[in-house]
Each structure stands twice: as structure tokens, then as C-alpha cells.
Ligand binder design. Structure first.
Ligand code: UD1
Length: 420
């Protein structure tokens, strides 16, 4: 296992290209099970979670050809196994996204039940209820979800009790090949759901309303070949912007998507950043100033994303003033604050709110990453801390950030990956 060693105190400055979005690439790869012709997916990020999804499809017998630029051709006609084993699902909960497509195309699926994770219990009851409403029979046995359907799934009206990204995606994918019309109400509006819908449409699916809370899908008999480019990663972009703001720096992101980052850019402006942007670029300039503390509350899109909460908490730890950060999506997603306090931050937790008293300085320390975005926040804390920070268990960060230390080196950070 590796660790990251960061010598803090460098101001980030420079230009970066943003990678394809992990949270769009994963459902899109799962959706390659749906067409009966090969499809090509481009701009796929080079990440552990993507490798896990490729491995999962591979172990089902799906043919995958990956070129050096991570353009992936997938042919699901060769599938022999209709199962997602525990060994893979336990390393990546998003493996559950193969359930809907497998059921819709092949009428059966045997998928390990995803367990809890560091950020909370994360149930999948709404995925299962939605598929049942479409005519699937589902039994949970021996830690596995056994799902089957006689003939095609049937279109249904499905009201999601809470807004769920994965739940909306599973049902959206399943509904493309169902018999009749499916209406998903209280659907997730996240840009990654929209990207998935656009990919499905490129394969011949009939979908309207994606990006709103009501998605309407008219089932078709088959989906066909296409070539599709995954959207840019808004969370990766947001993370580098916050890192630059925390270090009082100036950066320009290329191949980024400012239109999907409104809530984040607004908070960065509140923190004192000068933001300029074009269709596919964003520039942030702190003009050398210390950020001002900003309070925020996470909520489903277009609200402030839970996946950016930890990074803002890190910036607030060294910002001017006191802030309140409230996490409403996941129950245990403020755990990284304990590690930050070991670096001299002053963060206390009350229920689902972190009260952060900004410090002029924090100090480097050995810290442990507990989940993907928590790791990113520790990197930001390490960049602004005085002295050296050693971040252990960084396999979490490789799940979601492509070559993070190389990108930060490009921006002038002092960061190394060493064996732990
Ligand atoms: C996705 C993202 C993750 C992001 C999250 C919220 C991927 C691969 N991951 O995760 O990075 O943090 O959206 O934006 O895209 N819930 C239920 N029952 C269900 C499903 C969800 O109660 O059947 C609850 C969850 O416990 C959570 C909330 O709904 O409290 C939102 O979760 P959800 O949107 O489903 O998150 P994921 O799709 O797992």
C-alpha cells in the first residue's frame, strides 16, 4: 500500500485538464450490457473504480477492448455469467448498477448485496422496489440479490421516496428495454444521470425529462451501437478549485464544466475567489488572499454536492472566521474532521453539523484516509499545513482521482507517493 507525503505551504498555480467523470463512467459502463451491438466509450478516467467495473463486466464474459487512451469497446453479446460476486461488489458499491441492465436485457441477475461503507449504511431498497414495480421477482439470499423476470420488464410509475442517484440510474437503464412507459418521479437531477440518459438515447432509447425530477422512458425492443464521450468530472474540478483557493493560488481548469458547478462556484466566490469561466474552462484566482469561511449544507443537485463537503471543510479549517457545514445526505460523512483536528484544526461535531473555527495555521501530521472524498480533504489540509503530512490508506484516493499527485505537482505542490 502507498502513502502520500506532502510538504505544505506551496501556493498552487497553473493549468490542468479535468478527466472524465467517475460517477458518469460507472453507470455508462454498466449500461453497455443493454445493447445487442458493440459500443465504444471514450474519455473514461483511469481510476480503480473504473478498473473494478471493467473487471466485473469481464468476469461475466463480456468482451472489452481497452486502448491506451482508455477508450473502451464493449460487446456484451458474449456474456456467460449473470452474476456480480461479493469480492468485487465489496470493493465498489456502484457494482449494484449492473442489476437493472442485466435484468432488463437477460431477464436474470445475481448480485452481491452491497454492505455498509465508511460513510454510512447506504441501503439499496429503492433500487429493488422500483424493479419489483416493473415486474421483477427479487429474493435476497445468502448475501445475494436474486432477481428475475418472465419475458420483458413492464413499464411502471415509480415514485422514489428519497432522491437517489444510483436508484434513479438503475431504474432508468432497466426501463429502456421494458414493455411500455416508465415514469420516475422524484428522480435524481444530477448531471451524471443526464449523461447516462444521453448515452442511452445515443443507443436508441426513448427518454425525456432527464435533468428534471420526472423522467419518462418509453421502452424499446433493442438498443444499438454508438460511440460516446463521458462528461468531465465536476467533483475532480471542484476539488482542485478548493485546493487552489485554500493555498491562496490561481488555477485554470480545461475540459471542465462550469454549468454543473454553480453551487460550488458560488461558495468559492463567497470565500473570496475571483472566478471566470467559458463553455469548457474555469479559472480561479485568490489574488493571494486567505479564504473567508463559508457555511453550507449539502443537498441533492442542484444543491451543494455531498461529494464536495469534505474539501470545503478542509478549506474552512484554515479560513478566516467560523463556519457551519451540515451534511444531509450521508450519516457518517464528517469523520475526516477528527483527522484534521490532529493537524491542529478546530472542528467540533453536533449531530450532522461541523462547527469549524478557522485557524491561521495547521500543522502537518500522519493521518489516515477513511473514504474517497475524505482523502481529498486530507490532501488539501496537507497542502496548507506547515511541515510534512503523511496520508496513509490512499487506495481510497486512487478510486476517484486520476494521477492526483502528478496533477498537483504540475500546479507546484510538493507531493510524493511512497510505499507505506
Ligand atoms: C452517488 C454517487 C456518490 C454521491 C451520491 C450522492 C456514484 C457512483 N456515487 O452515490 O459519489 O455521494 O450519489 O450524490 O454515482 N438511499 C436509500 N435507499 C436506496 C438508495 C439510496 O435510502 O435504495 C439513500 C442513501 O443511503 C443516501 C441517499 O439515499 O442517504 C442518497 O444516496 P444515493 O443518491 O443513492 O447515492 P449513490 O447513488 O450510492
Amino acid at each position: 500500500m502507498d502513502k502520500l507525503v506532502i510538504q505544505g505551504g506551496r501556493v498552487l498555480n497553473g493549468e490542468l485538464r479535468i478527466s472524465g467523470a467517475k460517477n458518469a463512467a460507472l453507470p455508462i459502463l454498466a449500461a453497455t450490457l443493454l445493447p445487442d451491438e458493440p459500443v465504444t466509450i471514450r474519455n473514461v478516467p483511469h481510476l480503480h473504480d473504473v478498473t473494478t467495473m471493467i473487471e466485473l463486466l469481464g468476469c461475466m464474459g463480456v468482451e472489452l477492448t481497452v486502448d491506451e487512451k482508455l477508450s473502451i469497446e464493449v460487446n456484451a453479446n458474449s456474456i456467460t455469467e449473470f452474476a456480480a460476486p461479493y469480492e468485487l461488489v465489496k470493493t465498489m458499491r456502484a457494482s449494484i448498477l449492473v442489476l437493472g441492465p442485466m435484468l432488463a436485457r437477460f431477464g436474470k441477475a445475481h448480485v452481491s448485496f452491497p454492505g455498509g461503507c465508511a460513510i454510512g449504511s447506504r441501503p439499496v431498497d429503492l433500487h429493488l422496489r422500483g424493479l419489483e414495480a416493473m415486474g421483477a421477482t427479487i429474493h435476497v439470499e445468502g448475501g445475494y440479490i436474486n432477481a428475475s423476470v418472465e419475458g420483458r420488464l413492464k413499464g411502471a410509475r415509480i415514485l422514489m421516496e428519497i432522491v437517489t442517484v444510483g436508484g434513479t440510474e438503475n431504474i432508468l437503464m432497466a426501463a429502456t428495454l421494458a414493455d411500455g412507459q416508465t415514469i420516475i418521479e422524484n428522480a435524481a437531477r444530477e448531471p451524471e444521470v443526464v449523461d447516462l440518459a444521453q448515452f442511452l438515447i445515443a443507443m436508441g432509447a426513448k427518454i425525456t425529462g432527464h435533468g428534471t425530477d420526472t423522467i419518462i422512458i418509453d421502452g424499446v425492443e433493442r438498443l444499438h451501437s454508438c460511440t460516446y464521450d463521458v462528461m468531465p468530472d465536476r467533483i475532480e474540478a471542484g476539488t482542485y478549485l478548493v485546493a487552489a483557493a485554500a493555498t491562496r493560488g490561481k488555477i485554470k481548469l480545461r475540459d471542465a464544466c462550469p454549468q454543473y458547478l454553480e453551487a460550488v462556484l458560488q461558495k468559492l466566490q463567497e470565500a473570496g475567489a475571483i472566478i471566470t469561466s467559458g463553455a469548457d474552462w474555469i479559472e480561479l484566482d485568490m489574488e493571494g488572499r486567505r479564504p473567508v469561511a463559508v457555511s453550507l449544507k449539502t443537498s441533492p443537485y442542484p444543491g451543494f454536492p455531498t461529494d464536495m463537503q469534505a474539501q470545503f471543510t478542509a478549506m474552512n479549517a484554515i479560513a478566516d472566521g467560523t463556519s457551519l457545514v451540515t451534511e444531509t445526505i450521508f450519516e457518517n460523512r464528517l469523520i475526516q474532521t477528527h483527522e484534521m483536528n490532529r493537524m491542529g484544526a478546530n472542528i467540533s461535531i453536533e449531530g450532522n453539523t461541523a462547527i469549524i473555527v478557522g485557524q491561521e495555521h495547521i500543522q502537518g501530521a500522519p493521518v489516515m484516509a477513511s473514504d474517497l472524498r475524505a482523502s481529498a480533504s486530507l490532501v488539501i489540509a496537507g497542502l496548507v499545513a506547515q511541515g510534512e503530512t503523511h496520508i496513509h490508506r490512499i487506495y481510497h484516493i486512487d478510486r476517484g482521482y486520476e494521477t492526483i499527485e502528478e496533477k498537483l505537482l504540475l500546479l507546484g505542490a510538493d507531493i510524493r507517493r511512497l510505499p507505506d
